[in-house]
Design a protein around this ligand. Structure first.
Ligand code: PNS
Length: 162
């Protein structure tokens, strides 16, 4: 039987434990996952594409079912290029819903073959996001437990807390 590949797109600036939870749960349903980091020249991320890629690869080393890649342009075109038709996203607090719904409907309009599926985030990560974690870290807050250790270290380096 053909293995079922799911695309997990995002900015991942940086990857959090919430993302990791979605990854491990999605792999209970799919055979393989491609983590697709958006390379958006219009946005200035805290971590470069290279840094985000290296951190994710580091955190997931030994995980043979995951490929870490990047994309630009339309997500649906990237999904087709990867020869699959499923995108997965995590859903947190209610505020995510409208944005995710809009994106899923736009992606569906652009390509009806591409299906968006959602996993409710674990309650532990309900109110965390890369953005709020960066804000806390930038002010010297302790974000260990919310991000993998390597990311925690990199955040401290970026914000000059080492
Ligand atoms: O982690 P994020 O920032 O919420 O991820 C957003 C992402 C990368 C999934 C979204 O911005 C995206 O798919 N961008 C690619 C451009 C695209 O396809 N746009 C049309 C559909 S909204």
């Amino acid at each position: 039987m053909k293995e079922k590949v799911v695309i997990y797109p995002g900015t991942f600036d940086p990857i959090t434990n919430g993302h990791l939870s979605i990854i491990s749960r999605a792999l209970k349903v799919f055979d393989k996952m491609v983590i697709a980091i958006l390379n958006n020249p219009q946005k200035v991320p805290l971590f470069s594409l290279k840094e985000r890629t290296v951190m994710i690869r580091d955190v997931l080393k030994g995980q043979t079912k995951v490929e870490v890649d990047s994309f630009n342009g339309l997500l649906v075109d990237y999904v087709v290029k990867k020869k699959t038709n499923v995108v997965i996203r995590g859903l947190r607090a209610l505020s995510d819903f409208e944005y995710e719904f809009q994106m899923a409907l736009m992606n569906r309009k652009l390509n009806r073959e591409v299906q968006s599926i959602f996993l409710m985030t674990d309650y532990k990560w309900f109110y965390t996001s890369s953005t709020i974690i960066k804000e806390a870290a930038s002010l010297g807050g302790d974000v260990s437990g919310l991000v993998p250790a390597v990311v925690c270290r990199k955040l401290k380096e970026k914000y000059g807390y080492v």
